[in-house]
Ligand binder design. Structure first.
Ligand SMILES: Nc1nc2c(ncn2[C@@H]2O[C@H](COP(=O)(O)OP(=O)(O)OP(=O)(O)O)[C@@H](O)[C@H]2O)c(=O)[nH]1
Ligand SMILES: [Mg+2]
Length: 336
């Protein structure tokens, strides 16, 4: 699957149908009055949320979207048919902007949520409407109005409760696959994950929460190193960030230093993200003998001057996952 999270499109609502100029013509009725009907209104364009979609890819290939125009009015006071409205489906989590003014028009956060983005043109009126006691044979009609035309920008920011942040290879994808039904690609080389994966996790009290696994971040990401920071925006709607730390990186780098560098990249990208609740999750604890784990965790916390919550887990061997899920349920999902 190709993941696309930003696109520009053009929408053009339908023009309203013109009013009709017509007079009744019937046998033995020499001067039938006016009978030109109204035009139909032009089709409008709506954006609608669709939960099963997870990319804006389709819009890369088709940029122009037009709704149908309204039909002209007809004789015998027949109104023209309205132009059909057009519904453009987008993944839940898509923000819709006016591309010219950069104004946010709406935020699609639910399945079937609808947002009007281009109003269809008003219909013209037929000459029958101009009939009056003084004007029995009006030749007046009006034309339909053009539909709204707009340049739009869609920006997808996945909707998740919990986001995973970490170096490539830290075990983010392994974690999401151990706690949810998501089956992302996992491999022992960096940058395995190339686009966000979402997984639903069963919480402690029967409720579920959504976890987002994003591509790994490296030093210099803010300057575009690795995959850069472009996926970090997918963490901006989460309530909690889990900072996943590989306690024994294959390159033998120091986990504490790596953690500091990553937090720094996060801060440089966005103070907002940086100040979100963030927990430390030390992963691959299975690589240590059981009796050394506690001490190792304490040492690392001390080294980092970390005062927030910390969890030691093994995403692969499924150690320590239950307390982590419990804590998330308790602290972040309780109010729902
Ligand atoms: N021993 C051990 N290995 C693990 C653990 N978790 C993950 N791994 C291994 O670490 C490697 C990387 O795991 P991934 O889950 O792909 O890492 P990632 O953080 O998603 O990496 P990117 O997608 O590249 O950012 C794989 O070979 C995993 O099997 C763990 O708890 N213990
Ligand atoms: Mg991954």
């Amino acid at each position: 699957m190709k993941f696309v999270d930003e696109v520009k499109i053009r929408v053009e609502a339908g023009r309203g149908g013109d009013g009709c100029l017509s007079f009744r013509r019937e046998k033995y009725v020499p001067k039938g009055g006016p009978d030109g009907g109204d035009g139909g209104r032009g089709g409008s364009i709506f954006i609608v949320g669709h939960a099963a979609m997870n990319t804006l890819l389709d819009y890369r290939y088709r940029r122009l979207h037009r709704a149908k125009k309204g039909q002209q009015g007809m004789g015998s006071e027949c109104t023209g048919k309205s132009g059909e409205d057009l519904y453009l489906q987008v993944p839940v989590g898509t923000k819709v902007f006016d591309a010219e003014t950069d104004e946010c028009i709406g935020d699609i956060t639910k399945q079937d949520q609808k947002l009007l983005v281009a109003q269809g043109g008003e219909h013209g009126v037929g000459n029958v409407r101009f009939k009056s006691s003084t004007n029995r044979a009006p030749r007046e009609t009006t034309v339909g109005k053009p539909g709204e035309k707009r340049e739009l920008r869609f920006e997808l920011q996945v909707l998740a409760d919990v986001g995973l942040l970490g170096y490539p290879n830290a075990g983010k994808s392994t974690l999401i696959s151990s706690i949810s039904a998501a089956k992302p690609k996992i491999a022992d080389y960096p940058f395995t994950t190339l686009y966000p994966n979402l997984g639903m996790v069963k919480g402690e009290y029967g409720q579920s929460f959504c976890v987002a696994d994003i591509p790994g971040l490296i030093e210099g990401a803010a300057e575009g190193a690795g995959l850069g920071t472009r996926f970090l925006k997918h963490l901006s709607r989460t309530r909690l960030i889990l900072h996943i730390i590989d306690i024994m990186p294959v390159d033998e780098s120091d986990p504490a230093t790596a953690a500091v560098i990553l937090a720094d990249e996060l801060k440089r990208y966005s103070e907002d993200l940086y100040s979100k609740p963030r927990w430390l999750v030390l992963n691959k604890i299975d690589l240590l003998p059981a009796d050394e784990r506690e001490q190792f965790t304490q040492d690392l916390v001390k080294q980092l001057n970390w005062t927030g919550p910390v969890f030691a887990i093994s995403a692969l061997a499924k150690i320590g996952l239950e307390p982590l899920i419990k804590a998330i349920s308790k602290d972040f999902m309780g109010e729902e």
